[in-house]
Design a protein around this ligand. Structure first.
Ligand code: AMP
Length: 270
């Protein structure tokens, strides 16, 4: 496994590589990331994983500073999973030019996290464009856990690069909580409660089939969860997976949730 720290070494290492699979991450790796790596290993000649905690996608400095870091453990996980290259750049390697035209999110897409975390996806799209331009992968592997991110990145990159975005299923723990690096910031009792909330919503989504007036049921569910768990539910919305418009039926739709456990913000979709 080759550890690469700068763009010059990256260019040299990837010079003759074809059918390259790329798994972008912010580190603190877990089974969710590993599932992406396994898929890339299976489908591509070589796999590159990036670990870069992208400062521009955090809309709060405090959140950026407390983001979990486990570089030593990450490298041993990557080695064990037969990754070919790890790219761990410093900020100045990625942000080595200024954009003439700023990346913008269309106003019709300013929903869910794009609404509640202003600037977040602009930062995600900027870094994904820079990484794709540097790495030139054939495939990029991304998780459905961050479904809105997957949707926006796919739409943005397909206009500019010949790259396939491969979506990968959400990996959950035994309590049905979606794995996330941010889970490391939670105490055991908080993880248990978050698992109950996931189970509750999985059951709720299943039972929306054949029901009418879904938006009323969902807004009642949001109130119920706020009371039951004492988490702050930021949004709970049913949206079409192809255009992110609000849905009145569950056809082609997912239930999206964002909530806070104290200061830790979690997202999921069902
Ligand atoms: P992150 O390190 O959180 O930026 O995530 C890197 C990639 O892993 C993104 O494409 C995520 O959607 C994906 N990912 C994170 N958690 C999971 C999970 N529980 N299951 C599947 N993919 C995940």
């Amino acid at each position: 496994m080759k550890i690469i720290l700068n763009n010059k070494d990256l260019n040299e290492a990837l010079n003759n590589v074809s059918n390259l699979g790329f798994v972008p991450t912010m580190g603190s790796l877990h089974q969710g990331h590993i599932s992406l790596i396994k898929k890339s290993n299976k489908e591509c000649n070589k796999t590159i994983v990036s670990i870069f905690i992208n400062p521009t996608q955090f809309n709060s400095q405090k959140d950026f500073k407390k983001y979990p870091k486990n570089y030593k453990k990450d490298l041993s996980i990557l080695k064990k999973n037969k990754v070919d290259y790890v790219y761990m750049p410093k900020k100045n390697e990625i942000y080595n030019f200024n954009r003439v035209k700023k990346i913008k999110i269309a106003s019709k897409n300013k929903v869910l996290c794009a609404k509640f975390r202003p600037g977040h996806f602009e930062g995600v799209l900027d870094v994904m464009d820079r990484l794709t331009n540097l790495i030139k992968p054939s495939n990029i592997y991304m998780g459905e856990k961050d479904f809105q991110q997957l949707y926006l990145v796919k739409n943005c990159l397909k206009k500019k690069y010949k790259v396939r975005i491969i979506s990968c299923k959400t990996i959950r723990d035994s309590r049905k909580l979606a794995l996330s690096s941010r889970n490391l910031l939670l105490k055991k009792n908080q993880l248990i409660k978050a698992g109950y909330l996931s189970k509750n919503l999985i059951f709720f989504k299943k039972n929306l089939r054949n029901k009418i007036n879904l938006n009323k049921l969902i807004s009642d569910k949001k109130k119920e969860l706020n009371k039951l768990f004492n988490f702050k539910i930021e949004y709970l919305e049913l949206r079409n997976v192809n255009n992110f418009k609000k849905s009145k039926t569950i056809k082609n739709s997912k239930l999206f949730v964002a909530y806070y456990i104290q200061n830790v913000r979690l997202i999921d979709n069902f």
